[in-house]
Write a protein that binds this ligand. Structure first.
Ligand SMILES: Nc1nc2c(c(=O)[nH]1)N[C@H]1C(S)=C(S)[C@@H](COP(=O)(O)OP(=O)(O)OC[C@H]3O[C@@H](n4cnc5c(=O)[nH]c(N)nc54)[C@H](O)[C@@H]3O)O[C@H]1N2
Ligand SMILES: Nc1nc2c(c(=O)[nH]1)N[C@H]1C(S)=C(S)[C@@H](COP(=O)(O)OP(=O)(O)OC[C@H]3O[C@@H](n4cnc5c(=O)[nH]c(N)nc54)[C@H](O)[C@@H]3O)O[C@H]1N2
Ligand SMILES: [Mo]
Length: 757
């Protein structure tokens, strides 16, 4: 479905990332999509202190020196996609039926341009096309539906991580005043496991390092993350670390070009394609072999300490700051080397070499991770095992050392800080109640997977989404589609057309909103919004481009209008007054959430400000006020005999469900997304030839799921593993296959078999 007619091209995977090809690719994309004038203006404003924040990933900008081109290839693609001059307007919907739109690919959808008018699909009345609707009527329709429900818990309010702090704060406030905590968000499918694991271990669900720490680290381990594609600006920090004498270690079943070497596109040497080697050691773990690897490092550390007491472990730190070290030591000694090597797929030498590096110099260790860790059944335990290793050597809360979950969406961390959370902590409810004088509901809401089930069972009747592409991002596409169709109302606040807009409840609404790059003018003049990046820095973002249509509305305004129509103003909450000047929203945020003192003053400073982060000061806000070791038995996802472990990942030409192109340049794939990477031996033993078309079957306790049309690509990866692209492979992810504790779909650990067709 995602392919154009051109034949698939397969070439050798690349050995380095960025350089001139990245610059050429960004320019090509921005010129063809946004045009020279709009495109150049957009790029010049991107990530400048007075410009707008890149809508792509959450990697921070340098605190001090920013190049005139402080963006990466994939940031440029994201901006090009948003800044396009093409529009999807009333005429577009008049000439394209839902059926026609459904037959088109996600790639085609994104290419059509920006949504510019509010539209309604009256599906239950047999409508075949979206029709125009006025903003007033759209808000009345939403309010009528929400007010007609038996209970506010029959509605759910999804958020994708691009929403600004201001939009997110208003949204969660509206939802709680309305009376529910049904606030599922993309985080539930993303770093929820990091939040759960880190909260239990160190008392905060966020990372503990800054860019300076990365630059001065002795060792940076990068596990389950592909920064060359998904956080390209991170490569500049890794290069700095290496130039300063640090080492980078890659942990990944696939050899990812961006971890091998980097040609800095803002340096002359980089533009000459001269690349700095990055990873000094590359560990091709088995899919889900990471917990065993980190346990192996811990075992080696204990053994070395025993051989030379007092030389390896940071006993002072452990005594002063941690709990559970003894249990952990027993758990580690009860784990055999045989098990560690079997589960990780690595050799003893691999693990000893890694331990040498970790213990070298001042033991300034940083571990970075992303979806290759968080989207597994035992994700929370893997993350806590990573923390265990850091605690053993005191590699947290000191310069150059700490934990670095690398967040995805550009403001996903900020949205959670603002209260987009179905399990909001009690202090936050109390603070909202104190500040706004209303009764905040306490019953926990649905997360993403629970919301899908609730829709399926008829318990959720209205689904409103502040951004995102719920249908394509969620697991088990067919089941999710059935669920969405059972609702009365689906409503998407969106910038671009996507497949979720085509699978509606009885009535479907599309509300076109401004994006990051668009100028946002309200009653008191042009506004800026604020975002929090992966390192807890809150900074401003001001759109500069003229919006494609006067009909488009800002997200805070859409939320305010929805709230006015549904719950109305109260003594303390004046919705429209708040959006006249976003400083007023920020004043309310300051009144509710700690760490935002003098918000408007501090965020006006170039670069913004850091939110407080207790573990950086070695303060642990856990129940026992200690950093906690976690001592479970080793766990691993192991498919049955003859089956494979499938992980679903991103190509170089996509932003989650938004497909910018059909190539995956670093992995050597051109013109096609319907592929499955396989180990050559696994192919041989099954008699599968390169490019042969396969049927993939996934297995779960509730039965099997099939997907067809995936071409086999032999690739350097451990036996027993397979990889296919998200979202095409989401049909295979069973709805109930989720991580323990965090309930995140196990998008990186799916049991499959393959068969030639
Ligand atoms: N250009 C671009 N940028 C993005 C995004 C995008 O789609 N495009 N998405 C954004 C979002 S929301 C997110 S969350 C991040 C995602 O950033 P990543 O987490 O880097 O994204 P994935 O492609 O899912 O990559 C997962 C990596 O983990 C590896 N992996 C899979 N299973 C395992 C395992 O068991 N162990 C180990 N060690 N590795 C494993 C895969 O081989 C792959 O390299 O990027 C953000 N930035
Ligand atoms: N199998 C599998 N599934 C996965 C993953 C995986 O690795 N494998 N990754 C998961 C992860 S990490 C994530 S974060 C989720 C992503 O889930 P989502 O965040 O729901 O998906 P996106 O593709 O980022 O959403 C893209 C849509 O957002 C809208 N949009 C873009 N910018 C804006 C804006 O500024 N405002 C508004 N209102 N709308 C905007 C556009 O209409 C666009 O079509 O997917 C998850 N699903
Ligand atoms: Mo994500």
């Amino acid at each position: 479905m995602q392919n154009e007619d051109k034949p698939i091209k397969v070439s050798k995977p690349k050995k380095w990332a960025a350089g001139r090809p990245a610059v050429t690719s960004s320019l090509k994309q921005i010129l063809s999509t946004a045009g020279p004038v709009r495109g150049t203006k957009a790029l010049l404003e991107l990530n400048q202190t007075d410009g707008f924040d890149c809508p792509s990933c959450a990697w921070p900008d340098p605190d001090d020196h920013r190049a005139a081109s402080e963006f990466c290839e994939n940031g440029a693609k994201a901006v090009a996609s948003e800044a396009t001059a093409k529009i999807v307007d009333e005429r577009f919907f008049r000439t394209h039926s839902i059926e026609q739109l459904q037959a088109e690919s996600d790639y085609w959808h994104d290419q059509q341009g920006r949504l510019t008018s509010p539209m309604v699909l009256r599906a239950s009345e047999g409508a075949t096309h979206y029709e125009p609707i006025s903003w007033d009527d759209a808000f009345s329709l939403i309010a009528e539906e929400l007010k007609s429900l038996d209970h506010p818990d029959e509605a759910a309010f999804y958020t994708s991580g691009r929403a600004s702090n201001e939009a997110a704060f208003m949204y969660q406030l509206f939802v709680r005043v309305y009376g529910t905590n049904n606030l599922p968000d993309c985080s539930n499918m993303c770093h929820e496991s990091s939040g759960s694991g880190l909260d239990a271990s160190i008392g905060i669900g966020k990372g503990t390092v800054s860019l300076d720490d990365l630059h001065e680290a002795d060792t940076i381990i990068i596990a389950g993350q592909n920064p060359g594609t998904n956080h390209p600006r991170m490569l500049a920090s890794l290069e700095k670390c290496v130039e300063n004498g640090g080492k980078v270690i890659g942990v990944n079943p696939l050899v990812e070009a961006g971890l091998l070497a980097f040609a800095h596109p803002q340096k002359i040497s980089g533009m000459m394609n001269r690349a700095t080697p990055l990873a000094s050691q590359y560990l091709q773990v088995k899919v889900n072999g990471d917990m065993a690897l980190f346990r192996g490092v811990a075992k080696s550390i204990f053994e070395r300490e025993e051989a030379k007491p007092g030389s390896v472990i940071d006993s002072k730190f452990i005594t002063e700051h941690t709990a559970g070290a003894e249990e952990y030591e027993s758990a580690v000694s009860a784990t055999s080397w045989e098990r560690i090597l079997g589960d990780s797929g690595l050799t003893r030498e691999d693990i000893e070499t890694l331990t040498d590096t970790v213990l070298d110099k001042d033991k300034k260790l940083i571990t970075c991770w992303a979806m290759g860790i968080t989207q597994h059944k035992n994700a929370v335990d893997i993350i806590r095992e990573i923390v265990n290793v850091h605690l053993l050597i005191g590699a947290i809360g000191r310069p150059g050392a700490g934990l670095c979950p690398v967040r995805g969406h550009s403001n996903v961390q900020g949205d959670r800080t603002m209260g987009i959370f179905e399990k909001l902590p009690e202090w936050f409810h109390l603070s909202l109640e104190h500040h706004f004088k209303f009764k905040s509901p306490r019953k926990h809401g649905y997360d993403v997977v629970e919301a899908i089930h609730a829709m399926h069972q008829g318990d959720l009747k209205a689904f409103i989404a502040l951004g995102g592409n719920f249908l394509q991002a969620a697991p088990d596409t067919n089941y999710t589609e059935e669920a969405l169709r059972k609702t009365n109302l689906t409503c998407h606040i969106a910038t671009k057309l996507n497949r979720s807009h085509l699978v509606t409840g009885k009535t479907g609404l599309i509300l076109p909103c401004l994006g990051r790059s668009d100028r946002d003018t309200q009653e008191k003049g042009d506004q800026f919004v604020t975002c929090e990046n992966s390192m807890g820095i809150v900074h401003s973002s001001k759109g500069k481009l003229t919006p494609n249509s006067k009909l488009m509305m800002s997200e805070p305004m859409i939320v305010a209008r929805m709230a006015v129509a549904t719950v109305g103003d109260t003594e303390t909450i004046k919705w429209l007054w708040m959006v006249e000047d976003y400083n007023r929203i920020r004043n309310h945020i300051e009144g509710v959430i700690p760490g935002f003192d003098d918000y408007n003053v501090r965020v006006a400073q170039p670069g913004g400000f850091y939110l407080p982060n207790a573990p950086k000061e070695r303060i642990w806000n856990t129940d026992n006020k200690k950093a906690n070791f976690n001592s479970p038995q080793l766990s691993i996802f192991r498919p049955a005999e003859g089956r494979l472990a499938l992980q679903t990942l991103r190509s170089h030409d996509q932003y989650n469900t938004t497909i910018y192109g059909l190539d995956d340049r670093y992995r050597g794939i051109g013109n096609n997304r319907m592929i499955i990477f396989l180990n050559p031996e696994d192919m041989k033993s099954r008699g599968i030839k390169p490019l042969q078309e396969l049927k993939i079957t996934s297995y779960w306790t509730d039965g099997q799921r099939d997907a067809t049309g995936f071409k086999a690509i032999p690739y350097d990866m451990p036996e027993g593993s397979a990889a296919a692209y998200f979202p095409e492979a989401n049909v295979l992810v069973p709805i109930d296959s989720t991580a323990d504790i965090s309930n995140t779909p196990t998008s990186k650990g799916i049991e499959i078999s393959i068969e030639a067709i």
